[in-house]
Design a protein around this ligand. Structure first.
Ligand code: IPE
Ligand code: MG
Length: 222
């Protein structure tokens, strides 16, 4: 979800207003996507590197997370959306962690779309965490290093038991992953659009899906 800052700048507004409109869009587009038949949606809300931003901006984002989680709870319930947070939540304010835990708890038995919200998520951090788990299993559970499989890695990522993403959409025109699902995206289709996140609406999502449907996916085969 990139481009909130530029969206605000174009309108001579503070960056935090861009984030506010971005958060509104998060709520709207999630509801729409959940109705299109998509089974799993991951939204990259805050990266492990985003803490580098000015404190004022980080605080504005944290305030929006709290507000939008509370506001979205009704939508998530109405649309039967199951919510899971991926990333290291221990870095957040305890009150926000409580809200995150509650949001997951009330949604855990839902049967609709799975919504992963990536917050303080970084794929290198995720891989490091998986490596540490594997090392502990070698040390404490007699796991033979020569028998470690790709699945042993995948099942220790935040996305354990989820299929790899088919399509990764990046708004705001950049062509990079920015530490997003480095392991899982080996054969994901990448789609970049100049559209800034607050302007990314239903028809833009449909356009991405149409393009995705025209891609030829060979997964290294012929
Ligand atoms: C939103 O867009 C991404 C978040 C971290 C919430 P940006 O804040 O990166 O917007 P630009 O790239 O400055 O336009
Ligand atoms: Mg950006």
């Amino acid at each position: 979800m990139d481009g909130n800052g530029r969206w605000a700048k174009k309108r001579a507004l503070p960056r935090s207003i861009g984030h506010k409109f971005g958060a509104q869009n998060f709520r709207k587009i999630t509801r729409y996507i959940s109705k299109t038949g998509v089974k799993i949606l991951t939204l990259y809300a805050f990266s492990t590197e985003n803490w580098k931003r000015p404190l004022e901006e980080v605080n504005a984002l944290m305030g929006l997370f709290r507000q939008y989680l509370i506001d979205s709870l009704t939508d998530f319930r109405e649309d039967d959306i199951k919510v899971v947070f991926i990333g290291d939540r221990s870095a957040f304010d305890p009150k926000l962690v409580e809200l995150i835990n509650e949001t997951e708890e009330v949604a855990k038995n839902r049967k609709g779309m799975l919504l992963n919200i990536a917050m303080n998520y970084g794929s290198r951090d995720e891989i490091l965490r998986a490596v540490k788990m594997l090392c502990r299993d070698v040390r404490d559970k007699g796991l033979d290093p020569d028998l470690i499989t790709e699945n042993d890695i995948a099942s220790r990522l935040y996305t354990a038991h989820e299929p790899d993403p088919d399509l990764i959409i990046r708004t705001g025109g950049e062509f990079r992953l920015s530490n997003f699902m480095l392991y899982q995206s080996a054969y994901s289709e990448f789609y970049s659009t100049e559209t800034l996140w607050p302007d990314f609406h239903e028809e833009d999502f449909d356009k991405a899906i149409i393009e995705f449907n025209h891609r030829s996916r060979r997964f290294g085969g012929v």
